[in-house]
Design a protein around this ligand. Sequence first.
Ligand code: G3P
Length: 217
Amino acid sequence: MKFFVDTADTAAISELHDLGMVDGVTTNPSLIHKSGRDIKDVIAEIAGMVPGPVSAETVATDAKGMIAEGLELKKLGENIAIKVPLTWEGLKACKTLSDDGHMVNVTLCFSANQALLAAKAGASFISPFVGRLDDINIDGMELIADIRAIYDNYDFKTEILAASIRTANHMTEAAKIGADVATAPPDVIRKMAAHPLTDKGLKAFLDDWAKTGQKIL
Ligand code: G3P
């Protein structure tokens, strides 16, 4: 499973990228707002740091506007994936941009039917929002599994990008189901390394080591 980082925080991207944990980056208008930076400046910087796809989201609500904004964002880097919402207008924009050879990430997906339409419209990525479904008491991972089954039935090439990932457990579940990509906030990726038995075991080893009075260096 590829790891995308769901953030516009360039310091966090850089730290994870140095560890080989970043196959791409996703952003959205809320994350741009959180960064406090100009969208074009921050997206261009990220696109220069990370070779993989960097999703930059349009904000127009009509297809023509989404296409125009998408093409403008695409100027910021060859690796930009134009992000459009899963509305009827977004699907139109997806089809036009995909036909013209652009990577398109269709976002705000909450149903298998929406994912089916995005694949038909040529999306490179579909972004089902796991955490926001969990928030309303619907199992978000079930949606990932349904989309996986449907895409595999027909050999759709659209990649399943599990989004709105909130916990390390979401990452495990997405990987078990076979999501192509999961995009997670930096903290969730860091938490994947944590285990209380690792901490406990390390403490015991270090305590015993101290008792030996030895040094390695
Ligand atoms: O990838 C989409 C993501 O940014 C949404 O996450 O936590 O706001 O639902 P969240």
